[in-house]
Design a protein around this ligand. Structure first.
Ligand code: EPZ
Length: 419
């Protein structure tokens, strides 16, 4: 087991390049199952989660080769359609294999993802949509057993714009008979990146990026010559917030500012200067951090995956702020750990009231989920009087590629040790 140690107080300076997005890489890797052949993917981040989906797919007969930053995926000999509990329990996004497996093999056996630290996270909308497309499903031994003699296009309406739900249905629909219309679809850039990959494979998709996606099923797809995964907007947001917290000045290279409009607006409201350029985003932190309220929303609103990090920033802001979490019902677990560092936060249902203080204090703290771990590291970058120890960082490694190495390259005193 490892931990990360931080001696706070350094202003972040210099340039940093962001990795490919976890939440774009996972559906893109799953989509390779849709048709046989060699698929060539670029900018796939080296993360625990991309390793996990590789392990599940290898178990099905998929081959992986990596060379010069290209991940080549061979899906010619898929002989199994099962995603086991042991692996699915470590990564809920394994549900993304359901759509492609049913579309390609007309059957799948996927362990039903349980709840996770941030909420119950049911997949009922995925299952309801696939059954509307003709997929028969039954639960046995904690596994979803799915079969489809015929996969038909359908009218799908999501009560809530679900990201992986939209992705699963898009992947099933490209090989269904007829037209599928997804209403109240998720508009996240990761959904658009996947639609781009499916079009490159010969899929017929329109409307991705809007709340209505139309898919015309096709008989055959071809493997993808080259598909590049988008940069990780959540990693970019984490660096922007780190810069604002430390009063630094950094250039974040290789990012897509248009994916971060809501975040840029809030970071500017806090007092930071943000310049967008071809190279990326140049950000200069404020001398005094202003308190700003946020409410998490589906894209293009403020992302829930940056709520914990923004809360760390508000802990040292001038004045009080309200942070409202509308996506997941249990995404304030990081609060008690921030309070251990001296933060003043009170929770009222899905709202947290943060009273800004002059400084946080170094302390040993425990990560509870991926984004909570990032918020504790940010708090450690500014904490005084000693060394912050962040434990259970296996959560962090699920979704950040060498975060502490990148912060160290920007001047932070941060390192990893065996716990
Ligand atoms: C994706 O999760 C991301 N994961 C999450 O990132 C992100 O927080 C979330 O979207 C919201 O932006 C991946 O892309 C792999 P949803 P997903 O379905 O698709 C409810 C991270 O830190 N819901 O859009 O699972 C659900 O409970 C992770 O990188 C149902 O009720 O999220 C939630 O309240 C964490 N039934 C809301 O919808 C369903 O069938 C939105 O969830 C599906 C979802």
């Amino acid at each position: 087991m490892e931990k990360i140690l931080i001696q706070g107080g350094e202003r972040l300076k210099g340039a940093v390049k962001v990795s490919g997005a976890k939440n774009a890489a996972l559906p893109v890797m799953a989509a390779c199952i849709l048709t046989e052949g060699w698929h060539h993917l670029k900018n796939i981040p080296r993360l625990k989660d991309t390793q996990t989906i590789k392990r599940i797919m290898s178990g099905m007969g998929v081959l992986f080769e990596e060379q010069d930053g290209v991940l080549s995926v061979n899906t010619e000999n898929i002989r199994d359609c099962q995603a086991s509990y042991d692996l699915v329990k470590t990564m809920r996004a394994s549900i993304l294999l359901l759509g492609p497996l049913v579309a390609r093999l007309r059957r799948a056996r996927i362990s039903l993802p349980g709840g996770c630290a941030i909420g119950a996270r049911p997949v009922d909308m995925h299952l309801k949509a696939l059954s509307a497309m003709g997929v028969e499903m039954f639960l046995e031994g904690g596994y979803i057993n799915a079969e489809a003699d015929h996969l038909n296009g359908a009218e799908i309406f999501f009560d809530i714009p679900t990201v992986t739900g939209t992705e699963n249905v898009m992947m099933a629909a490209v090989k269904a008979k007829g037209q599928t219309v997804i209403r109240n679809a998720a508009k996240e850039p990761e959904v658009v990146n996947l639609a781009g990959m499916l079009r490159a494979m010969g899929g017929r998709i329109e409307g991705d990026g809007s709340d209505t996606i139309i898919v015309q099923g096709v008989d055959g797809l071809q493997s993808v010559e080259e598909h590049t995964v988008i940069p990780d907007r959540i990693e970019v947001g984490t660096f922007m917030i780190g810069c604002a917290m430390t009063g630094g000045e950094i250039l974040i290279e290789g990012c897509r500012p248009e994916h971060l409009a809501a975040v840029i607006e809030k970071v500017q409201a806090v007092g930071a200067e943000v310049k967008k350029s071809e190279a990326g985003i140049l950000i200069k932190g404020p001398e005094v951090i202003r308190s700003v309220d946020i409410e998490t929303m589906p894209f293009p609103g403020f992302p829930t995956d940056l709520q914990a990090q923004f809360m760390a920033l508000m802990c040292i802001a001038e004045g009080s702020s309200i942070i409202r979490e509308t996506i997941f019902e249990n995404r304030f677990i990081h609060v008690s750990e921030l309070i251990r560092m001296g933060a003043q936060i009170s929770i009222h249902g899905n709202q947290a009231m943060v009273r800004g203080i002059d400084r946080l204090l170094a302390a040993p703290v425990m990560a509870t989920d991926l984004r909570a771990s990032a918020s504790l590291i940010l708090a450690g970058l500014v904490a005084k009087e000693g060394t912050t120890e962040v434990h259970r960082i296996y959560h962090l490694d699920r979704g950040y590629e060498g975060l502490e190495v990148k912060f160290r390259s920007l001047g932070a005193k941060i390192w990893r040790e065996k716990a």
